[in-house]
Design a protein around this ligand. Structure first.
Ligand code: GLN
Length: 547
């Protein structure tokens, strides 16, 4: 029988609910339980696929091709459980399903209402696959009081009746510190809990984010005023590394409080070896590398969340600290020499992105990396720009470019080295697009296999010749330029199983120059760093010994 843990937030947003949920998942796993984590987002977009990275941060892609909230990335990184399409839903998706059903006549002429029709749809969603695991953790996005989130709160309130004894409510809040008074304030938390209780939800556990240790007196006060047990008020202090969360929250009694709320008294003690090892690597680095990430959405840290984490994991694999600098590629478009800006870095990473802005800067950075023997890692757009660079400067195709930046204006004349894929079939999956089809939902999404050439560097890094990685893109490097580029040392080392789509490129005569059409960062974990990131950081480390 599945047990449900509902995680809500109060006081302010951005308190790290996703991380707290992920850490709780990891702790339950460490005690031998199976878990799945789910995110319910109140916004009305059907999914985050069409949202700007500046609005919503990274779009996390699942193996089964869903474009989801970046919190699913945290869930995967902490639990190693691959997220699925059915682990992320928004109000928009729920309403659109209800309206589709209404149009089909599924409700047999009834008046459609938020309660019960919308709430039933939400409950059906929460229940999908819940019998496969010991604990289903559901995080509600936003903060209590948000209008859009009300149907979600009502649905989880109904659980407390429908599945009495099988659900626990955890509420994450903030205790602000008032320096003038030298005090942590509990009132916002009291109000937030009052708000929850007014819609019928009584939290069992309070997680309190705070910059300072919470004195016993405040803990007792919170327990009394919010109607929870004092040992269920869990301090969540700021952490130096997010990967310390499982250990830190365990010390504060988070998992114990949750198990007690379920009346589970015979749970095994957690085996936290793997988290101790991770933290040992974080706390005791034996060196440092400096990596420049040259991308389009560098002002917002969350836009490349998984890349930042995967680089940290690559550092853990090599026991070094990875210092990253996020640089907007547009600054390399002035025509001036890029050397002064880039010579201090041990490696360069160009991540994914959409649209023309900044791409010439990426190409200039790629030229620098290639000609200065600096390790280069191009991911998705970063691979497409690396190939464009090589086509222009090695294969002599001076006007090489991507159709992504050409089709709209039609003014520039380019040789499309990167083209808009119109039709492709793999197994039971088909991509078919019309000429101007570049709206959301038409991308090559999710996990696809690639075959790696024996003896290539990438095959050596993966230690295997067949891989599966996640994709999110519309454009493809054109295979008809393969011979011309390979003649110049740009090896198309990874190809789709049907032989039609390039998946990876590498330059042999270079310390480390690799481009991948997929997103390896999505599968990296602290306790299982992705081989490409581990190898890339290792190359940066070697490079650091020469500068
Ligand atoms: N814009 C490019 C494409 O659609 C790259 C996408 C990406 O980097 N995720 O193919």
């Amino acid at each position: 029988m599945a047990r449900y843990i509902f995680i809500t937030g109060g006081v302010v947003s951005s308190l790290g609910k996703g991380l707290a949920s992920a850490a709780l998942g990891a702790l339950l796993q460490a005690r031998g339980y199976t878990v799945r984590l789910r995110k319910l987002d109140p916004y009305l977009n059907v999914d985050p696929g069409t949202m700007s990275p500046f609005e919503h941060g990274e779009v996390f892609v699942t193996d089964d091709g869903a474009e989801t909230d970046l919190d699913l990335g945290h869930y995967e990184r902490f639990t190693g459980v691959s997220a699925r399409k059915t682990d992320s839903v928004s109000s928009g998706r729920i309403y659109s399903t209800v309206l589709e059903k209404e149009r089909r006549g599924d409700y047999l002429g009834k008046t459609i209402q938020v309660i019960p029709h919308v709430t039933n749809e939400i409950k059906e969603f929460i229940d999908i696959g819940s019998d496969e695991v010991d604990f289903m953790l559901c995080e509600i996005g936003g903060t209590v009081g948000d209008i859009e989130a009300l149907p979600f709160f009502e649905a989880i309130r109904q659980y407390s009746q429908d599945k009495r004894g099988q659900c626990v409510f955890m509420h994450l809040t903030l205790l602000p510190y008032i320096a003038a008074a030298g005090e942590l304030k509990t009132k916002p938390t009291q109000h937030s809990v009052k708000e929850l209780r007014s819609i019928g939800i009584a939290p069992d556990i309070l997680m309190c984010r705070s910059e300072h240790p919470i004195p016993e007196k405040e803990r007792a006060k919170l327990a009394l005023f919010c109607n929870v047990r004092p040992e269920s008020v869990i301090p969540a202090l700021d952490l130096k590394s997010i990967y310390d969360a499982p250990l830190a929250y365990h010390r504060e009694g988070m998992d114990r409080a949750v198990l007690e709320a379920f009346n589970i008294t015979d749970a095994p003690e957690p085996d936290l070896t793997k988290w101790h090892d991770v933290m040992d690597r974080v706390n005791h680095p034996e060196g440092e590398v400096k990596i420049a990430i040259i991308g389009k959405y560098t002002q917002l840290g969350d836009a490349y969340k998984s890349i930042a984490e995967a680089l940290t994991h690559g550092g853990m694999a090599n026991k070094v600290k990875v210092k990253t600098q996020w640089i907007d590629s547009e600054i390399f478009e002035t025509g001036e020499d890029v050397t002064p800006q880039l010579e201090g870095f041990n490696a360069i990473l160009v991540p994914g992105g959409f649209g023309e802005r900044g791409t010439e800067g990426m190409i200039n950075a790629a030229t620098y990396a290639r000609t200065h023997n600096v390790p280069y890692f191009g991911i998705c757009l970063g691979m497409q720009m690396a190939v464009t660079e090589a086509a222009r400067n090695l294969a002599g195709i001076k006007d090489a470019g991507s159709e992504e930046f050409d089709s709209k204006s039609g003014e520039k004349s380019i040789t499309p080295i990167v083209y808009h894929l119109k039709e492709w079939v793999e197994g039971n999956r088909t991509i078919q697009r019309s000429a101007d089809d570049d709206k959301g939902g038409t991308m090559r999404l999710g996990a696809y296999n690639a075959v790696l050439k024996p003896g290539s560097r990438i095959a050596e890094i993966y230690g295997t010749e067949t891989i599966s990685e996640r994709h999110r893109h519309r454009y493809e490097v054109d295979m008809s330029y393969r011979a011309a580029l390979e003649a110049k040392g740009v090896d198309f080392a990874g190809i789709s199983p049907d032989g039609k789509l390039p998946e990876t490129i590498e330059i042999k005569d270079h310390p480390w120059y690799i481009g991948v059409q997929f997103h390896p960062e999505l599968k990296s974990k602290p306790f299982e760093p992705h081989p490409l990131f581990a190898s890339f950081v290792e190359a940066a480390l070697k490079q650091s010994r020469f500068v």
